[in-house]
Design a protein. Sequence first.
Length: 75
Amino acid sequence: MMVLALPFAHLQSRQAGVGAKIFAGIMLGILFYFLNRLFSHLGLLNDWPPLASAVMPTVIFLSGAMGMMWWQERR
């Protein structure tokens, strides 16, 4: 989650309000929680390996965070 927050922290405060950044962070946290719950239930229903269903939400968010950091560095 800290890696995901880095692109938001790198933006200058003049570009967007602090409230928008806080709201985006809260929404990302809620999305991660629900995605984690979804993959745990899908893993049980589809007989996925426990490691795969536990790690998949983290991998999705880590790849998204790395993509956002790469995009931020290119700008």
